[in-house]
Design a protein around this ligand. Structure first.
Ligand code: HEC
Ligand code: HEC
Length: 148
């Protein structure tokens, strides 16, 4: 009995100490760098406003958005993008109509309306800011679309 209690105490000790040791090893992503509370905040970049369409770099690329999308809501009740880009509205708004691919569901069935997988436009299409690339990129478009 005495032995058992001793054993239990040791086991309990280990269960409490081991996680505590582990916790001490955890480090934040910032590493040892302290938060600079008073550092100057970077100015947020401004979304680029209306400009001509931006050339694509590869055929399957979702075209980049050449206008600001600030305040454009896409939710279950409404989709601001479709108020200009749907087949019903594009002519009046002078926008590009969404392509046929946007009506195909994941099983390859053609639908009468935008497919759910293409409903949240900004999953693939992104507005632009005038920012320096973070890393150098030497990608060159394929010849087939270079003259666009
Ligand atoms: C007020 C109308 C309007 C709204 C709302 C709108 N757009 Fe546009 N969009 C345009 C017009 C106009 C163009 C430019 C067409 C041109 O000059 O060829 C354009 C261009 C684009 C293009 C470039 C097409 C290409 O072939 O290069 C994309 C992509 C796009 N919009 C996506 C979106 C998305 C995503 C949303 C919602 C977040 C949105 N747009 C909301 C009017 C609109
Ligand atoms: C899953 C990714 C994805 C989503 C979501 C998506 N698109 Fe696209 N979109 C693409 C790709 C890829 C292309 C280029 C190839 C093509 O036409 O399918 C494209 C092309 C376009 C074009 C150019 C069509 C043309 O004829 O040149 C417009 C405009 C557009 N999308 C608008 C939209 C709008 C508006 C929505 C939301 C209702 C949307 N897209 C949702 C991927 C997406």
């Amino acid at each position: 009995m005495k032995h058992l209690i001793k054993h239990m105490i040791i086991t309990l000790g280990i269960t409490l100490i081991v996680p505590a040791l582990h916790a001490a090893e955890i480090e934040s992503l910032r590493g040892a760098n302290p938060l600079k509370e008073n550092a100057k905040k970077p100015e947020p970049k401004k979304w680029q406003s209306d400009r001509p369409p931006i050339a694509r770099d590869f055929v399957q690329q979702p075209p980049l958005i050449p206008h600001s999308t600030e305040g454009y809501i896409i939710d279950t009740k409404s989709n601001k993008c479709l108020s200009c880009h749907s087949w019903a509205n594009y002519k009046e708004k002078g926008a590009t109509k969404i392509s046929l691919t946007h009506f195909t569901d994941r099983d390859g069935h053609d639908l009468a309306n935008v497919s759910a997988r293409r409903y949240f436009c900004t999953q693939c299409h992104v507005p632009q800011v005038d920012a320096k690339p973070l890393v150098e990129n030497t990608f060159k478009p394929v010849k087939g679309i270079i003259s666009r």
